[in-house]
Ligand binder design. Structure first.
Ligand code: SF4
Ligand code: SF4
Ligand code: SF4
Length: 273
């Protein structure tokens, strides 16, 4: 049963968030929302512990489609970065601001870039493309994400300054257009760079939020360097080009790890855990 401990702990963490927000905000939606997401993650972790290869994709689709289809399209909550700016400018702690605080700003202190590995609805599609292992080292294009980050802020700030009427409807259309753009750019980048995660590495503005806290993440892949025989298998399989055969937090691309554990599966001497 010990191997299922992580699943139980993760469910308990999400349940604590669910009950706290339900009571503080007096809204039962938060109980349902975080119980569902925590439950999916816990089931995924349990499947992972049981050695099921589809475990991560199960969580990606269970959480990703819920957020995209139910929250985004049916409930019309803009859960993308523009929605975060929108609610932040309104000064309300609702929907996207809560989502960003939990999954992308403070949560990464505990589970790093777990959002990117297990819940993102953009990556759930990109991960199905043919280039699961990057074709060579990273390109020096990471600066693009800071430009898209600034553009998303400028877009929503500009709409507020222009005093656009019916901002709620506008934000819904921005959500739809933003998702079409992300999928299109993500698929085009994957084929150009022969790398499913090229969009995450170079374009996605959300990663700007997650990188600082994920540097300090409690949950991370450890490397016992005394066991490592420098075969390089972990480096070849890592979709995010993390220098995972070093233990130091300063290892190259440390803040890019999506906790997929593909590296661990490849290690012939069990140096990674
Ligand atoms: S980097 Fe962006 S697109 Fe990629 S998984 Fe993370 S949030 Fe999703
Ligand atoms: S392969 Fe290992 S180092 Fe690379 S992203 Fe996955 S868990 Fe992180
Ligand atoms: S796969 Fe294992 S032994 Fe090979 S380089 Fe990575 S950590 Fe070292």
């Amino acid at each position: 049963m010990k191997k299922y401990l992580a699943a139980a702990v993760m469910f308990a963490v999400f349940e604590a968030v669910a009950v706290t927000l339900w009571l503080v905000k007096d809204n039962v939606f938060y109980l349902f929302n975080f119980t569902y997401i925590g439950g999916c993650i816990a089931v995924g972790l349990a499947l992972f512990a049981a050695g099921k290869r589809f475990a991560r994709h199960f969580v990606q689709f269970a959480v990703g489609t819920y957020m995209l289809v139910y929250l985004g399209i049916i409930s019309r909550e803009n859960m993308q970065i523009e929605g975060f700016w929108y609610y932040l400018f309104l000064g309300v702690f609702e929907a996207a601001t809560i989502h960003y605080a939990v999954a992308k700003i403070f949560g990464p202190l505990i589970f790093g870039r777990g959002w990117c590995g297990y819940a993102c609805w953009t990556a759930m599609i990109l991960d199905l493309l043919p280039y699961k292992r990057p074709n060579g080292p990273r390109k020096k294009l990471g600066f693009i994400r800071y430009i898209t980050f600034a553009l998303s802020l400028a877009l929503v700030g500009g709409l507020f300054l222009a005093k656009v009427s019916d901002m709620e409807t506008m934000m819904f259309y921005i959500f739809l257009a933003g998702n079409v753009l992300y999928y299109a750019v993500g698929i085009i980048f994957a084929f150009i760079f022969k790398d499913n995660r090229a969009f995450c590495k170079y374009f996605c503005p959300v990663s700007v939020f997650m990188k600082p806290a994920s540097y300090l993440s409690l949950l991370r892949v450890h490397c016992d360097e005394t066991k490592c025989v420098s075969c390089g298998k972990c480096l070849k399989v890592c979709p995010m080009n993390v220098e995972v055969n070093r233990e130091a937090r300063r290892r190259k691309n440390a803040t890019e790890c999506i906790l997929c554990y593909e590296c661990k599966k490849e290690c012939p001497v069990k140096a990674l855990k």
